[in-house]
Design a protein around this ligand. Structure first.
Ligand code: CP
Ligand code: NVA
Length: 308
């Protein structure tokens, strides 16, 4: 049975915990090494990953490429604008061809149904590198960053401020699987996907929704935000105006616990969803979070190949 990583639930809570433990161990074992140097055991030696991008990327592209090098394998990048996907070759045929040529496929796309279709027709593992619906690899890096800071996940109070988007959907999914709580602070009309909320609640996570930024942030262990305008969305003036009270500034950050960590998946829009003082401040973990994309995804790759 081919293992795909389209959403966090594909691995379940035990699978996620195994990946996070592996990522911590592997990161420690190669501390200080040149970034392209393969790990001592090179567990994916000879393996090739195809990275398919239908949207822009900096972190996802570089971190998957470096992750494959560190695991002893390699990666190839395809973009819709310069591949036949952009000229109408179907997802199904692309899946069939890539499955003959590479050992795994990572896709960044818009409609989540496209990655489901790719996985349906692929005979090699498919990994979600972001869709309009979810961004599971990002959340693996976020969780790793929190664990490194000594934050045990069960019972953790995570505050989200801003747009109810793909990154938030995956945080909510993780909350259900790993039993932490999410206080969602969004303007009215920008709430996250109801299906993700229902599933997380059914697993025992407390997911609260408010339109009051201060209420969401007060007493939180973690404060998270993201762009107000995701890739593919309009810069609607109404939306930006509605988001303004949710900007994470020092005052809002000050309502969270003194020990609270600030996370942002990046790219940041400084002066919109977060101020310079917060993202560059002592509570910000965003550069570790970005680096951890490499370490978390190495474990995701090992998991899809049945090594975890
Ligand atoms: N956080 C993230 O996925 O960044 P990129 O869009 O640069 O890949
Ligand atoms: N929500 C953002 C995340 C970027 C990494 C987007 O989809 O554009």
């Amino acid at each position: 049975m081919t293992r795909h990583f389209l959403n966090l639930a594909d691995a379940g809570g035990d699978g996620l915990a195994a990946m996070l433990g592996d990522a911590l161990d592997r990161k420690a074992a190669r501390s200080g090494w040149p970034k392209g140097h393969a790990d001592a055991d090179a567990p994916l030696a000879g393996h090739v990953l195809a990275m398919v991008f239908e949207k822009n990327s900096t972190r996802t592209r570089v971190s998957f490429d470096v992750a494959m090098r560190q695991l002893g394998g390699s990666a190839i990048t395809l973009e819709s604008g310069t591949s036949q996907l952009g000229r109408g070759e179907t997802i199904a045929d692309t899946a069939r061809v890539l499955s003959r040529m590479v050992d795994a496929i990572m896709l960044r796309t818009d409609d989540h149904a496209k990655i489901e279709e790719l996985a349906h027709h692929a005979t090699v593992p498919v990994i979600n590198g972001l869709t309009d619906e979810s961004h599971p690899c990002q959340i693996m890096a976020d969780l790793l960053t929190l664990l490194e800071r000594g934050k045990a996940l069960p019972g953790l109070e995570v505050a989200w401020l801003g747009d109810g988007n793909n990154v938030l959907n995956s945080i909510i999914e993780a909350a259900g699987l790993l039993r932490f709580n999410v206080r969602v602070g969004t303007p009215r009309g920008y709430e996250p996907d109801a299906g993700y909320i229902d599933r997380a609640r059914a697993l025992g996570a407390m997911i609260s929704l408010t339109n009051d930024a201060a209420e969401a942030a007060r007493g939180a262990d973690v404060v998270v935000t993201d762009t107000w305008v995701s890739m593919g969305q309009d810069h609607a003036h109404n939306k930006l105006a509605a988001m303004a009270p949710f900007q994470v500034d020092q005052q809002l950050m000050g309502l969270a616990k003194e020990s609270a960590t600030f996370l942002h998946c990046l790219p940041a829009h400084r002066g919109d969803e977060v101020t310079d003082a917060v993202i560059d401040g002592p509570q910000s973990a965003v550069w570790d979070e970005a680096e951890n994309r490499i370490h978390a995804q190495k474990s995701v790759l090992r998991w899809v190949f049945g090594q975890l």
